[in-house]
Design a binder for this molecule. Structure first.
Ligand code: OAD
Length: 251
């Protein structure tokens, strides 16, 4: 780590120690060192190779359900094979040492924060491991997607309804209760760490500005420039797995 980064971490450790409430807002960069690709990094990001409109929208799914299902099946397998890294573990251990002080708000659809101990992580964009029906049941039966006939995608034997992954696609609303809890956490924290997000997707990105306007100190942790650098008081140019343990361990 270079001298600027070390000095930034040392200054921020004081704030971590004194903040009564902390929010850590994470994006795909948080999972990158666990081997899960980001969306917008040049070359390696998913959206440099795949079309978001075709793979992450209801229209795209309806147009080619088998193709979209297969893409999610591959990503699900990637998530299952991935392991939390030192940054996830530092957050999980901090929450364990300081019950009630830390809220993790994540745009990630993987479960790496949960597996590292942050069980109540607010997942703004859903859960890639969950299944749900594409449409409301026409007969109002309320049956579970687990009862669908296997297939790619699985479907209802009765009405033909398709099963889709439980993630938020473009054009869809965020889960309401999760979003309200994230807004409230952002507005009541003394410190927000923004880790591994480009800040390009709203409303999630807006949480940093809300925290700042409500009086929080905002620090970005990202090896590259992001759209939230100007919102932050401080930018730490390092990776999640390197910076978070240096910042949180022993505090
Ligand atoms: P992006 O792919 O847009 O941004 C990833 C960010 O992580 C970039 O700013 C990278 O510089 C940074 N990064 C890369 N490696 C890192 C590392 N090791 N440590 C820290 N940072 C690193 O991902 P998101 O901002 O999460 O939406 O994208 C937001 C949303 O866009 C996603 O939730 C997804 C996508 O479409 C949905 O699924 C609805």
């Amino acid at each position: 780590m270079d001298a600027d980064l070390l000095a930034g971490i040392a200054a921020l450790r004081q704030r971590v120690a004194s903040a009564r409430r902390l929010v850590v807002l994470t994006g795909a960069g948080m999972s990158a060192e666990s081997g899960i690709p980001t969306f917008r990094d040049a070359m390696t990001g998913l959206w440099s190779r795949f079309d978001p409109a075709a793979l992450a929208s209801e229209e795209g799914f309806r147009a080619a359900p088998d193709r979209v299902w297969a893409w999610y099946a591959e990503r699900r397998a990637g998530v299952r094979a991935a392991r939390p890294h030192a940054g996830h573990r530092a957050l999980g251990q901090f929450a364990h040492r300081h019950p009630g002080r830390l809220t993790v708000v994540s745009q990630n659809v993987d479960d790496l924060h949960q597996r590292a101990g942050n069980l109540d992580t607010l997942r703004l964009h859903g859960d890639i491991g969950a299944d749900r029906w594409l449409s409301a049941c026409p007969r109002g039966l309320g049956c579970s997607p687990a009862s669908a006939l296997p297939g790619a995608p699985p479907h209802c034997a009765d009405c033909g309804n398709l099963v889709r992954p439980g993630v938020v696609w473009f054009g869809e609303a965020l889960p309401e209760a999760t979003w309200s809890a994230a807004e409230s956490a952002a507005e009541h924290c003394a410190l927000m760490l923004v880790v591994g997000t480009s800040g390009a997707v709203w409303p999630a990105a807006g949480l940093a500005g809300r925290a700042r306007r409500a009086g929080a100190h905002v620090a970005v942790i990202n090896p590259h420039a992001s759209e939230l650098d100007d919102t932050a008081h401080q930018v730490l140019a390092g990776t999640a797995a390197a910076v978070l343990p240096a910042l949180l361990d022993g505090v």
